[in-house]
Design a protein around this ligand. Structure first.
Ligand SMILES: *Cc1c(COP(=O)(O)O)cnc(C)c1O
Length: 398
């Protein structure tokens, strides 16, 4: 059966992914199961999406109830789940106003438009520029790709959006050098995810914040991957103590339903997008908002942030053992439960080895393993991860 599913899927799906030959069927807690019943410990969480793991009953129940009540009405009308998700998002993020989207990339599009509109309102003219970081990742739509610092992703689609200048992450002078009269925003991930799990230096963020304040530039934090508790704070800016003007979220926001968000301070909102400037048909409909709303409740009732801080420390120690034990492991880095383990060579074989031994992991760049378990991970899960990973690394070494 697995082979049929794979073969038939490959006949019809556009070949934009080299998928692993695994057909997943269901999940429970920290585990996923394929169609043949093989169990996988999950340290990928659907790319940082499934923060609550799989099969959380309260979450599932909230979705089922909303399915029976109301899925969609368009953004022409109000509904209670949208009000609830909005209030909870604003409270958790420390922003004042939020716009819900269908995806991360779409949240980036909105953030860029919000920054441009703000500059336009203040100055009375257009033609503004954005500074982004090398090795950043902000998504695959044309606007998001324009601020993504990865030549390989961009090459075939040039020319993209005009007026983007790239600076080096964690190199403040390189950012300052790119500032022009026309600069309206600086966009960055507080912890670069796809680029290889590189946390920002606290001082880098503080100096950028100061630069933005001096020059009237908006600071946009892309927290699509590193937000929603992954650092042990609800959002990474709270971990760093540097507040952005505009913030994007997605991935774990819905824990599996497609919802993203861009949010901003009141000061930005007052001079930014107005009726007619932006919209979405599905974005933030009652169904996905009921899910996000329940996610915020469960983070509190389950003590998710506390678990992330404790398990983040434990995972860090565990990964440090790998750095000591294996010459092929260069270093570990990250914050909380967003961690990278860098090797001297490609990690593809290790990922396949882990799969054979019953564990899912992904990479972030050729040589970097990315460890992003569901935020409900326990010590036993981390120990089991270490057993399996150790086996896979030893086998790979020959
Ligand atoms: C995943 C990701 C995106 C894009 O989100 P999609 O939902 O895939 O469009 C943008 N920024 C960051 C930091 C991400 O990790």
């Amino acid at each position: 059966m697995e082979n049929n599913i794979i073969r038939e899927a490959e006949q019809v799906l556009l070949h934009t992914y080299n998928r692993y030959p695994i057909v997943l069927d269901h999940g429970k807690g920290m585990y996923l199961y394929d169609t043949e019943g093989k169990e996988y410990l999950d340290f990928a969480a659907g790319i940082a999406v499934c923060a609550l793991g799989y099969g959380n009953e309260e979450y599932n129940q909230a979705l089922k109830e909303q399915v029976d009540r109301l899925l969609h009405v368009s953004n022409y009308y109000y509904s209670q789940p949208v009000r609830d998700a909005g209030r909870k998002f604003v409270k958790a993020s420390g922003m004042d106003r939020v716009f819900f989207t269908n995806s991360g990339a779409e949240a980036i599009e909105g953030a860029i438009k919000a920054a441009k509109k703000y500059a336009y309102t203040k100055s009375g003219h257009s033609g503004f520029e954005v500074i982004a970081m090398e090795h950043s990742f902000h998504g695959r739509t044309v606007g998001a790709l324009s601020v993504t610092g990865n030549a390989h992703y961009r090459e075939a689609f040039l020319p993209l959006m005009e007026g983007v200048r790239f600076a080096r992450f964690n190199d403040f002078e390189s950012v300052r050098e790119q500032v022009r009269e026309k600069t309206c925003a600086i966009i960055l991930e507080p912890i670069q995810g796809e680029g290889g799990i590189y946390p920002a230096d606290p001082d880098f963020l503080r100096r950028i914040r100061q630069l933005c304040d001096e020059k009237g530039i908006l600071l946009i934090f892309d927290e699509i991957q590193c937000g929603m508790g992954r650092t042990g704070s609800m959002f990474a800016w709270q971990h760093y103590g540097v507040r952005p003007d505009i913030l994007t979220s997605a991935k774990a926001l819905g824990c599996g339903v497609p919802i993203g968000a861009f949010a901003m301070t009141e000061a930005v909102a007052e001079q930014s997008l107005e009726p007619g400037d932006h919209g979405t048909t599905y974005g933030g409909n009652p169904f996905v908002c009921a899910a996000a709303s329940k996610v915020f409740d469960l983070y509190e009732s389950m003590g998710i942030l506390k678990n992330v801080r404790e398990m983040g420390d434990y995972l860090e120690k565990t990964l440090e053992e790998f750095v000591k034990e294996f010459p092929c492991v260069v270093e570990q880095r990250g914050v909380g439960l967003i961690r990278g383990l860098e090797f001297t060579g490609p990690v593809a074989g290790i990922i396949r080895g882990c799969q054979e031994h019953g564990m899912l992991l992904i990479n972030a760049g050729t040589n970097i393993l990315r460890l992003m378990p569901p935020l409900i991970v326990s010590k036993e899960d981390v120990d089991r991860m270490a057993d399996i990973l150790g086996k896979a690394v030893r086998e790979q070494q020959g």
